[in-house]
Ligand binder design. Structure first.
Ligand SMILES: [Zn+2]
Length: 282
């Protein structure tokens, strides 16, 4: 599932290609891909508008149209990718929506498992509660400090791993980068979220930033379906320390990586590097 680095990679690539392009059409091939709107009203709201910016918030890509007149928000779900293609390029396999551009190119939203969604915020329609407005802080934002994270985890008795997956606590993290960040911070994923020491919270914030930045540098992690806007894979998989390495040797201490299930999600960690009791210091 695409997480913050995979969406960030897509948004940066898109910004290079589509900023200043004008939208000339919108087609939908799977009705539920467009959430909270119907295709005709979406089409009439966006056709003719210029894309003034492409931004990211959490795992959402946000196309700003005519400097804020409307916003198209896209969530990639499990398998969604946007491909930047010329209109006469060969078809892609699982295209659910197409945003046509005036200059002979188009954005194809390709999504095998159909969990991806497109949302529209438009000034001439009553906007529903848009999901990116409910997100917690951006982990790569300078304001995301250990004090901010500590206050959001304060009093929580549930495990730290599902707390980090909660997009209202911190935006953009999914299964891969929570496991990687907790390993790097040497925190057991089942530790009660509110029990982290200030030292651990500092390590965790540094680790979250490190794993995200390192993956953005590698253009994201590809397991099966993630592709960039040109259909290419990311190379961050080679940098993963624990995620889906169950039974392999820990790269730090050679102990076998364990797998448990937390909050319904596969969780990978090193039982030696990440003990259930907090480490005295690092
Ligand atoms: Zn280890």
């Amino acid at each position: 599932m695409p997480e913050l680095p995979e969406v960030e990679t897509m948004v940066r690539d898109l910004a290079d290609r589509v900023v200043d392009a004008r939208i000339s059409g919108f087609d939908l091939f799977w009705p539920r891909t467009l959430a909270l709107a119907d295709v005709d009203s979406a089409r009439s709201a966006i056709v003719g508008l210029r894309i003034s910016a492409v931004n990211r918030r959490g795992k959402f890509a946000l196309f700003e149209l005519e400097c804020g007149q409307a916003t198209l928000g896209l969530h990639r779900g499990m398998t969604g990718s946007i491909f930047f293609r010329a209109v006469d390029d060969p078809p892609d396999r699982f295209v659910r929506a197409v945003i046509a551009l005036e200059d002979g190119f188009e954005l194809r939203f390709d999504d095998a498992r159909k969990f991806g969604r497109i949302f529209l915020r438009s000034s001439n329609a009553s906007s529903p509660r848009l999901p990116w407005l409910l997100l917690g802080p951006e982990p790569l934002d300078r304001n995301f400090t250990h004090t901010v994270l500590a206050s959001r985890l304060h009093g929580r008795t549930g495990a730290i791993k599902p707390a980090l997956l909660n997009q209202a606590i911190v935006a953009g993290l999914g299964n891969i980068y929570t496991d990687e960040a907790l390993f790097r911070a040497r925190i057991h994923p089942a530790r009660p979220a509110g029990s982290l020491t200030p030292e651990e919270t500092k390590r965790l914030v540094r680790s979250i930033r490190h794993v995200l930045k390192s993956s953005i540098e590698a253009r994201g992690t590809t397991f099966s379906s993630y592709r960039d806007i040109n259909g290419r894979t990311g190379s961050n998989r080679d940098r993963l320390q624990v995620f889906q390495r169950t039974g392999s040797a820990c790269m730090r201490c050679r102990t076998e990586i364990s797998r448990i299930v937390l909050g319904g999600r596969s969780t990978h960690f090193c039982p030696a590097c990440q003990p259930l009791e907090p480490l005295a210091s690092n």
